[in-house]
Design a protein around this ligand. Structure first.
Ligand code: PFF
Length: 492
């Protein structure tokens, strides 16, 4: 038998949950998604997405994890022996995401070091794509490893292993309790400084003014606007990755799950809206000082963090030497606490089935994860990373949400989960929640899944299709192996 993981208190659990949710999605994805989907117009679908998808789905995982106190594969095996396979399929997805998430953290560490002396030079675009990534679209580029990135990624895996292999509270819990408040504090400093910059109001106005193109009624009927809002909430709250299920399985008795879930969802959104104000103030400053319309400076993802912002830090003079490092520290804290959560579902499932200690499980996971990550440190790495990301988010993440809703909403008695959730809460969840889990989420997310995969399929080149088919084969075969291997724990 393995030692039982248990949070020392509900606060540590909450910090870990916020650490998982607040990540790259909040800092570099939200501002762009909000702006490119109509700015102020986005707020309405966004609020609906939090209330109708985000919070209700959090409760499914909270309730299931807390009730069964086990990993998904074990829960499914308990419900019906034949379902164990589905559990391993779902659990593999956060792990595969982690293999490239660590690579982005590696780039971030390099930029953190460079930010102290603005080592990216004046042409930040060619520095990032060429000097740093040696990026190529030729698949043969997979054989040329970029050494600094390789070393940075190895370092990231060592950090992840070092924190995760320890006892739950001394490792993961302690790190989240320190880094999350620190992240919020530093980000507050960056945002407050940013709004004092000349041009900040231009940026903030661009972010919050609704850009109605056909008037509110017609615009709000646009399906894509709603899909963008649901997609942001799914990504930002790490829904469907079984992280919340695993974290809540570590809870002691007597925790108010309903209140806890509300705080996590609201804190996550408050953080991303607040951060977007800072990002847009900085972009407004850039637009005004370099006389470029804000439309032309805004972008998301790596382009924002590693090309646009370094160029703004260049223009800031001495302040750039402070704001730059602080920004990359924030990105590092946010991404690290998310990465630590992506390891947990698989690690807990391995311990449950094979009786290995947390220490051993994380060791295997980190070694294999690092070996997979190496492909992303090659010249072809960025292209591969984009293919993996598109596929895992579009195909994997949405599918796992639907699977979980079907399992816990239809196959398992949803009333039992409801009872668990209401056990320690004055605020009771009831029929509306049940309706959302059984009908609303599977239909909405199902529609997103079909539409997204269809669009992906139409626009796909041959190489991308081949790579995604290989990935799909891995996602199907590996769970078969885990299911077939005999359990080493008696009550499995
Ligand atoms: N919610 C985190 C983020 O916004 O970055 C973590 C995460 C979620 C990472 C979903 C990756 C992912 F596909």
């Amino acid at each position: 038998m393995t030692e039982k993981n248990q949070w020392e208190n509900a606060f540590t659990f909450m910090m870990a949950m916020i650490g998982s949710a607040v990540g790259l999605g909040n800092i570099w994805r939200f501002p762009y998604i909000a702006y490119s989907n109509g700015g102020g117009e986005f707020i309405i679908p966004y609020i609906v997405a939090i209330l109708c998808v985000g919070i209700p789905f959090i409760y499914v995982e909270y309730g299931a994890g807390y009730r069964f106190k086990a990993s998904l594969s074990k829960i499914l095996r308990k419900i019906n022996k034949d379902y164990e396979y589905i559990g391993w399929f779902v659990l593999l997805i956060p792990y595969l995401i982690l293999t490239y998430y660590t690579c982005i953290i590696g780039w971030n560490i390099i930029y953190l070091c460079l930010s102290f002396f603005k080592g990216w030079g004046s042409d930040t675009d060619s520095f990032f794509t060429q000097s740093m990534l040696h990026s190529t679209t030729n698949p043969m580029g997979i054989f040329s490893i970029v050494l600094p990135i390789f070393l940075a990624v190895a370092f990231v895996w060592v950090i992840i292993w070092f924190i995760s292999h320890k006892d739950l509270n001394k490792g993961l819990g302690k790190v989240c309790k320190i880094l999350i408040p620190l992240l919020f504090f530093i980000m507050a400093g960056i945002v407050i400084y940013s709004i004092t910059l000349p041009g900040a109001s231009t940026g903030i106005k661009a972010l919050f003014t609704p850009h109605w193109s056909h008037g509110p009624l017609i615009d709000l009927l646009d399906v894509n606007l709603w899909l963008a809002a649901f997609g942001q909430i799914v990504f930002s709250l790490s829904l469907g990755l079984c992280i919340m299920l695993t974290y809540s399985s570590y809870l002691p008795k007597g925790v108010n799950l309903v209140k806890n879930g509300l705080i996590v969802a609201l804190t996550n959104s408050a953080f991303e809206i607040f951060t977007a104000i800072g990002m847009f103030s900085i972009l407004g400053y850039m637009s005004v000082t370099s006389h470029v319309p804000i439309n032309d400076v805004i972008t998301d993802g790596a382009g924002l963090a590693f090309i646009v912002l370094p160029s703004v830090f260049n223009n800031m003079g001495h302040a750039g030497y402070i704001i730059g490092p602080l920004f990359f520290i924030c990105l590092f804290f946010a991404a690290l606490t998310s990465a630590l959560s992506l390891i947990e579902p698989l690690s807990s499932a391995l311990s449950d089935k094979f009786g290995i200690s947390r220490d051993k499980a994380t060791k295997y996971i980190c070694v294999v994860g690092f070996l997979i990550s190496i492909i992303f440190t090659s010249g072809y790495g960025v292209t591969l990373l984009t293919y993996f990301d598109d596929f895992l988010n579009q195909f994997g993440l949405l599918l796992t949400i639907i699977i979980e809703c079907i399992i816990f909403g239809w196959i398992y008695k949803i009333e039992d989960i409801m009872e668990t959730l209401n056990e320690n809460s004055n605020l009771k969840i009831g029929k509306t929640w049940k309706f959302i889990i059984k009908y609303f989420i599977p239909i909405v997310i199902g529609f997103m899944w079909i539409k997204g995969n269809f669009d992906n399929f139409i626009n796909e080149g041959v190489t991308k299709a081949v790579i995604q088919i290989i990935l799909l084969a891995i996602m199907i075969i590996v769970p078969i192996i885990f299911t077939r291997l005999p359990a080493k724990v008696e009550d499995y």
